[in-house]
Design a protein. Structure first.
Length: 419
């Protein structure tokens, strides 16, 4: 009987795979069902964001930030506008700081709801996706109320935010499916201002998180798919440059909101959840608890904002536009408005790195300015890029379905990874 050659074979996982989260192409070297090597290929979504930002005025690139990690829109904007503010020495009004803090946490909940729904779907838990999107739609309405856009808000500006919080929320209209008492019930939270809506939402949300947990936390299939899978030790997490839930899931209590506070985080009471084992299950628990903590932060911001009216953007017409009333009444204001939206503003020469604790980890913007009205260089620090680069080390020896669990636990979004 002749000797038969046994060798590994190569498998393309993605980019058209539903669990590849967009455009990940993972080249896997397999020994049967066991992964011997994983090689992530990126670049299928490359849009040259950093280079594009170097060719247009500072203000015109804020909208590009939303399209990086397109599930954490306002957090990306925050890092970019903070970098500009630091270079220009702009003072941001306190009310704007609280609005930014509140929307950063709304964004964190939006991100984690998308994560828990899609990761559940990847691992075979279908119902939780529908549950998570129920609350996600409510919070997307808050994005729409302040900016007019449900996803790519472009709401933050150097010096504050685009406009103050609205006094009315979008309401559901009558339709064949929603009318009478049912329509009145679903519009109940929307009768007041945005802050009233968020107050009702934050009172209700902990009960909703309990529902997600009842579906997953003690579910034996969920635990079989996540417990002991992709264990990342604290030392390895630091060595690979991990941040966010990937680092905290390994037991390292590092969070920029506490360690290097920005916006209004130093005035707000919240806790940083950490894991113990550093496996996929711990990272799931960390994200669930982060949703509860974000809810606490939003509640405190709503309370403060209701009591403290005031300006929401710096009164500096070189950076922030004058109001419409002033612009139509005063020639000087009209000139400022015209110059701001055609040329933008020149930023002093220098370099700066500003980072925020985005839902996926540390998102940073490094800007080099040569004194012009656009960045000389822009480099973005995307948390997902560092996480995905560790894929090979943490999936070796695991089975093929565990690769899906690892991609899910990284919470990868390719807008920020490919840039």
């Amino acid at each position: 009987m002749s000797a038969q050659e046994i060798r590994n074979y190569t498998l393309n996982f993605g980019p058209q795979h539903p669990a590849a989260h967009g455009v990940l192409r993972l080249v896997l070297e397999m020994d049967g069902e066991v992964v011997q090597r994983a090689d992530p290929h990126i670049g299928l979504l490359h849009r040259g964001t950093e280079k594009l930002a170097e060719s247009k005025p500072f203000n015109q690139s804020i909208g590009y930030m939303d399209r990086l990690d397109y599930v954490s829109m306002m957090c990306n904007e925050h890092a970019y506008v903070r970098a500009i503010e630091q270079l220009m020495g702009i003072e941001v009004p306190e009310r704007a700081h609280y609005i930014r803090t509140m929307f950063d946490e709304i964004t964190r909940i939006l991100n984690h709801l998308m994560w828990i729904g899609s990761n559940g779907l990847d691992l075979g838990a279908m119902a939780v996706f529908l549950y998570a999107f129920r609350e996600r739609e409510e919070l997307m309405d808050c994005y729409e109320a302040v900016s007019g856009a449900r996803l790519h808000a472009t709401y933050y500006r150097p010096g504050g935010v685009y406009r103050d919080l609205p006094d009315a929320m979008p309401k559901y209209r009558e339709s064949p499916w929603r009318k009478g008492p049912e329509l009145k019930r679903i519009n109940e939270w929307r009768e007041g201002s945005l802050l009233d809506f968020l107050e009702a939402f934050t009172d209700d949300f902990p009960r909703r998180v309990d529902e997600y947990e009842s579906l997953l936390t003690d579910n034996r299939i969920w635990k079989q798919r996540t417990v002991g899978i992709g264990v990342v030790s604290p030392e390895k997490a630091k060595a690979w440059g991990m941040t966010g839930p990937m680092l905290r899931g390994s037991g390292v209590a590092w969070d920029l909101r506490k360690k290097q506070p920005y916006a209004a985080y130093d005035k707000i009471d919240f806790d940083i959840p950490v894991g113990v084992q550093g496996d996929c299950y711990d990272r799931y628990l960390v994200r669930v608890e982060e949703m509860r903590q974000s809810n606490r932060i939003i509640k405190q911001c709503v309370e403060w904002l209701k009591r403290h009216p005031g300006p929401v953007i710096a009164k500096n017409y070189k950076v922030a536009p004058p109001s419409r009333v002033e612009m139509k009444d005063d020639m000087e204001a009209l000139i400022h408005h015209f110059k701001l939206f055609t040329e933008g503003y020149s930023v002093p020469a220098g370099e700066v790195y500003a980072a925020v604790e985005a839902p996926k980890g540390e998102f940073g913007a490094y800007i080099v300015s040569d004194g012009a009205n656009k960045p000389f260089r822009l480099k973005l620090r995307a948390p997902g890029f560092a996480h995905l680069s560790s894929m090979d080390e943490f999936v070796r020896g695991h089975m093929l379905p565990d690769v899906v669990a690892m991609i899910g636990t990284y919470d990868v979004v390719f807008g920020e990874i490919d840039r």
